[in-house]
Design a protein around this ligand. Structure first.
Ligand code: ZN
Length: 64
């Protein structure tokens, strides 16, 4: 898992920029949105990772 953009569920701002290397969920846990100050929980990160993976699979299959 690397370079996954994490988007704030509250304001939609990108919290982790694309250059940030993410080696584990613990790297993202506790991250705070720069715009609204919402703190990320592990569940937020897992939910986004699953959504991102689903989007990648959908695109690979050619469905939108
Ligand atoms: Zn935010």
């Amino acid at each position: 898992m690397s370079q996954v953009p994490i988007v704030c569920p509250q304001c939609g701002s990108k919290v982790i920029n694309a250059a940030t290397k993410v080696n584990s969920l613990d790297d993202l846990k506790g991250a705070v949105c720069r715009d609204c100050g919402r703190e990320f929980t592990k569940d937020d990160v897992i939910a986004q990772a699953q959504k991102t993976a689903a989007d990648i699979i959908r695109q690979a299959l050619g469905k939108r």
